[in-house]
Ligand binder design. Structure first.
Ligand SMILES: Nc1ncnc2c1ncn2[C@@H]1O[C@H](COP(=O)(O)OP(=O)(O)O)[C@@H](O)[C@H]1O
Ligand SMILES: N[C@@H](CCOP(=O)(O)O)C(=O)O
Length: 293
């Protein structure tokens, strides 16, 4: 059985805890019945002791598996991770979503994607990564009575994501604590207007509007000053023709969106200016988590 889940970029500037989209960069796990419990890791985090000794995927999988099954079985888990850890590309959401999906799949129980999303919400309270991780595409999401209410739009093939992944992580938990407790009415109004405009721009495919609509006053400046080079990355991406360039989730990745024809020039420029960071160009993902039995 094979589960594949995409990376996600949340917030998209002003849409704090609300907007997110899925990128064609994946974590994959193959699970096989086995005589003993065993784990193999390839790719991101392969040498990280946390993933070997205290793996969040295995813990969540076990929570669900023990509730769903009355059999005592052991498994071999073969992970191939392309989503970097704590870089703002939704690695924790990918783990949560794929672990829950795996526990159902290994028991042969079909799980509706809406149910999967709401189960994932118990592990990550903000819905902006888990929604695109499950559904794919661009999503606007809110939580009401422990349920995610969302609207999805498929991303067109004419656009690409260009991501700049720094060599240092930022923990989402700590980055959330770094934000102010209170905001001025001006900042709140700024974000409501820009987030609404951004959503309308995605829905109507008015891509030229993104540069203005993706501005934010609520989280980026507080987080990016911990890694001031990120301001230069953002400026370089926009100067090279990106439609928008925003801190991906809580960072440290900078996400930019561009027309296909502009993406390779933007990638080249970013690689030249920031040789110590990883720069990737990817399509968007519209299918979300996939399960192969
Ligand atoms: N492939 C993985 N396997 C197991 N746990 C993971 C994996 N990727 C991330 N995690 C867990 O998620 C944490 C990172 O979460 P977080 O700081 O929210 O980063 P991100 O911005 O990438 O979502 C890691 O410290 C680890 O506990
Ligand atoms: N809205 C959240 C998004 C966190 O995304 P991640 O990919 O950094 O986990 C936030 O901004 O805290």
């Amino acid at each position: 059985m094979k589960i594949c889940v995409p990376a996600t970029s949340a917030n998209l500037g002003p849409g704090f805890d609300t907007l997110g989209l899925a990128i064609s960069l994946y974590n994959q796990v193959i699970i096989k019945p086995s005589k003993f419990h065993s784990v193999s890791l390839k790719g991101e985090g392969a040498n990280n002791p946390i993933l070997k000794d205290n793996n969040m995927f295995i813990a969540i999988f076990n929570d669900f598996y023990h509730n769903l099954s009355n059999k005592k079985r052991h498994f071999r888990f073969e992970f191939t991770n392309d989503i970097p850890l704590s870089r703002g590309l939704g690695s924790s959401s990918a783990v949560i979503v794929s672990a829950i999906a795996s526990a159902y799949a290994i028991e042969g129980i079909k799980i509706d994607k809406n149910k999967l999303l709401n189960l994932a919400l118990a592990y990550e309270s903000h819905p902006d990564n888990i929604t695109p991780a499950v559904m794919g595409g661009f999503n606007v999401a809110a939580v009401k009575d422990n349920e995610v209410k969302y609207i999805k739009k498929n991303m067109p093939k004419s656009l690409k994501a260009v991501v700049v992944i720094p060599n240092r992580p930022i923990s989402t938990q700590l980055a959330r604590k770094a934000l102010p407790y209170k905001y001025s009415k001006e900042d709140v109004t700024f974000n409501i207007s820009h987030s609404s405009l951004l959503t309308a721009a995605f829905m109507s495919e008015d891509w030229k509007m993104l540069r203005i609509a993706s501005q934010d006053q609520v989280h980026q400046k507080y987080r990016m000053k911990q890694m001031p080079e990120l301001f230069d990355v953002q400026k370089t991406a926009l100067k090279s023709g990106a439609l928008m360039s925003t801190l991906s989730g809580s960072g440290s990745t900078l996400f930019s969106m561009a027309f296909n024809d502009d993406a390779s020039r933007i990638e080249k420029e970013l690689k030249k200016r920031f040789p110590h960071f990883k720069v990737l160009t990817r399509d968007f993902n519209n299918s979300g988590v996939t399960i192969e039995y």
